[in-house]
Design a protein around this ligand. Structure first.
Ligand SMILES: [Fe+2]
Ligand SMILES: [Fe+2]
Length: 257
């Protein structure tokens, strides 16, 4: 099931709680912004959940009115609902960076006339909201993020995700602080293998760029919405390259000679 709710002005999250082996839950979110002139959806969820995504989308907007579908990157948990949505959204253009364009057209059969490429620093004007395309600062370079200058919401993708333990919550402040920090560190390390090898001064510089933006909300595809104490999350991210992780489990018995 995918739930939906408005977390800031005309800005909605569609959220699906995906169970992983051994208990943790991976939130998989999509976002919708209803601007006064234009509307946008950010990412489209996993393929196996496409019907639920479409149903949740239809509760917050008539898909026929959708102008843009922004794809942060081309992993299947972000693009799986695309074709179902495009069928219902005849005027929607798919928007993404040049990697999204390359993979999208060659591997995902996105019609070229429905695609528009955007570059970091460019702005998507929805009327009452202006979104700036941002480089993905703490995840793989083939991903783009968006910053809503109006609500000061930073939409990240895999970056800033946090595995959840137990009943998933809509907002980060509803989760036990230590559990959040643990799920946060685990997720970043699962996704970004380069983290322990990063230049820490450079990494801190990246986080500082975000610290200075007066971010009011962090909306990651893979975490509850952060709307309180955003600076705490930047501190968490700064500590991730050196974070203590659970020990590596022993090699399964099937490998014993
Ligand atoms: Fe990904
Ligand atoms: Fe993802």
């Amino acid at each position: 099931m995918t739930t939906s709710y408005e977390f800031t002005n005309d800005t909605f999250v569609l959220s699906y709680a995906h169970p992983l082996p051994e208990g943790p839950i991976l939130p998989i979110n999509q976002f919708v912004i209803r601007g006064s002139e234009k509307t946008i959806m950010l990412d489209t969820g996993p393929l196996f959940n496409a019907a639920n995504t479409v149903e949740a989308l239809s509760k917050v907007i008539n898909p026929q009115d959708l102008d843009y579908v922004f794809l942060s990157h081309m992993d299947l948990d972000h693009v799986g609902g695309l074709h179902e949505i495009l069928k219902l959204a005849p005027k929607a253009r798919v928007v993404g960076n040049v990697t999204v364009m390359g993979k999208g057209l060659s591997m995902y059969n996105i019609p070229p006339h429905r695609f528009a490429a955007v570059f970091p620093g460019q702005e998507i004007n929805l009327g009452s909201h202006v979104l700036r395309v941002e480089e993905s600062l703490v995840e793989d370079g083939h991903t783009s993020w968006l910053f809503d200058k109006t609500t000061r919401t930073f939409f990240t993708s895999d970056g800033y995700g946090s595995l959840q333990f137990g009943q998933p919550q809509p907002y980060a402040e509803m989760v036990d602080e230590n559990a959040y920090a643990q799920g946060f560190a685990m997720w970043q390390h699962m996704n970004f293998h380069m983290l322990p090898r990063l230049d820490l001064a450079q990494f801190r510089g990246i986080i500082n760029y975000m610290r200075k933006l007066d971010v009011r909300q962090i909306a990651s595809v893979h975490a509850p919405i952060v709307r309180q104490d955003v600076m705490r999350i930047f501190d968490l991210m700064e500590g991730v390259p050196g974070a203590e992780l659970p020990p590596v489990p022993p090699l399964p018995a099937i490998f014993h000679l």
